[in-house]
Design a protein around this ligand. Structure first.
Ligand SMILES: Nc1ncnc2c1ncn2[C@@H]1O[C@H](COP(=O)(O)OS(=O)(=O)O)[C@@H](OP(=O)(O)O)[C@H]1O
Length: 314
């Protein structure tokens, strides 16, 4: 069940504090544009102008959290899953899940299962045919490892199951294609929305250089660049970037339940240890998923620097 955090009074207070703080921060540190008194007075819950619609285990939480540090972006903490699981709750309910925003701020929510079904995408279109859609994909080799670590932490019956056993039990051919075939789902989404309404980025880029991904999103969303390198610090142990807790912007994500306020990293469920591949299984996974990767790069007219595939991609 999705928790109704937006109407909870504590959360409401947090949201209010956060919004006020964000406004102060954008005035003091970013100097993008002065927030006017009128804007403060007309703060309201607004429907999203952009959605992160997929793919799960590909860095959707990091993308959402990192974007939400932008003074002109607000985002609900949890996944409303309105167009998939909660459609019967109605649009007023959906709006009530959104944080307060000024009219110049963009509300973005992420529910990574929206890309899974055309029905969900059509519902999104009915709400707003001009909504912008962000999609994050990941090297299939690591996405599979991530899924295994996720399931192992969730299902006790998997404790003694090795990585290769898990892949074979799931029927390797079918399963690897299922986890790698981003193109089919993106193609389906292109049948509902024009391609220009999509930004497709990769988890590896977010891991290596979050600011470069945020820049792409800022341009795509017509926002002024506000997030710079000093907002993040590389965490050697995790192997990716976390928020710099001493940066003033960090205050604006303090109420984000997905962020550990001591370390500035996303919660422990992100960045789990991955199982290792035996070389034969790795080659099998690459061979099965390669046509999906080639199809994706052709479809989106760009290539990502994905280890194991580069030598096969022209
Ligand atoms: N900077 C940063 N901070 C935290 N997490 C990061 C970051 N960059 C990428 N990632 C990777 O995101 C992976 C989790 O993806 P999702 O958030 O989409 O997972 S979920 O579908 O919502 O469960 C998660 O995958 P695992 O490493 O397998 O846990 C992270 O590696």
């Amino acid at each position: 069940m999705v928790e109704n955090f937006a109407t909870n009074s504590g959360a409401e207070k947090n949201v209010n504090m956060r919004q006020t703080r964000k406004t102060e921060l954008s005035d003091k540190n970013v100097n993008i544009r002065q927030t006017t008194k009128t804007e403060l007075l007309e703060r309201a819950r607004r429907l999203p102008k952009a959605l992160i619609i997929g793919f799960n285990k590909c860095g959707t939480a990091a993308l959402r959290s990192f974007l939400s540090i932008h003074p002109d972006i607000v985002s609900p903490n949890r996944e409303p899953r309105y167009f998939s699981n909660n459609y019967n709750q109605g649009l007023a309910w959906y709006k009530s899940q959104m944080p307060l925003s000024t009219s110049r701020q963009i509300t973005i929510e992420k529910s990574p299962n929206y890309i899974k079904e055309i029905k969900y995408l059509r519902r999104i279109y009915d709400m707003d045919p001009q909504v912008k859609l962000l999609v994050i994909v990941r090297n299939p080799v690591t996405r599979l490892q991530s899924e295994y670590s996720h399931e192992k932490s969730k299902y006790p019956e998997m404790v003694s199951m090795s990585y290769s056993e898990w892949i074979y039990i799931n029927h390797i051919e079918r399963f690897v294609v299922y986890m790698s075939d981003y193109a089919s789902e993106i193609r389906q989404a292109y049948s509902v929305f024009p391609e220009e309404q999509f930004l497709i980025v990769s988890e590896e880029d977010l891991e290596r250089d979050p600011v470069s991904v945020i820049r792409q999103a800022e341009t795509f969303l017509n926002l002024q660049p506000a997030v710079s390198n000093d907002v993040f610090v590389f965490n050697e142990k995790k192997g990716f970037y976390c928020f710099n807790t001493s940066h003033p912007f960090f205050l604006s994500v303090m109420d984000n339940w997905e962020v550990n306020t001591l370390t500035g990293c996303l919660v422990e469920s992100k960045g789990r240890e991955h199982p290792s591949y035996d070389p034969q299984l790795l080659q099998q996974v690459v061979n099965i998923s390669l046509p999906c990767v080639q199809d994706l790069f052709r479809l989106i007219h760009k290539k990502f620097d994905w280890k194991y595939y580069n030598s096969y991609i022209d």
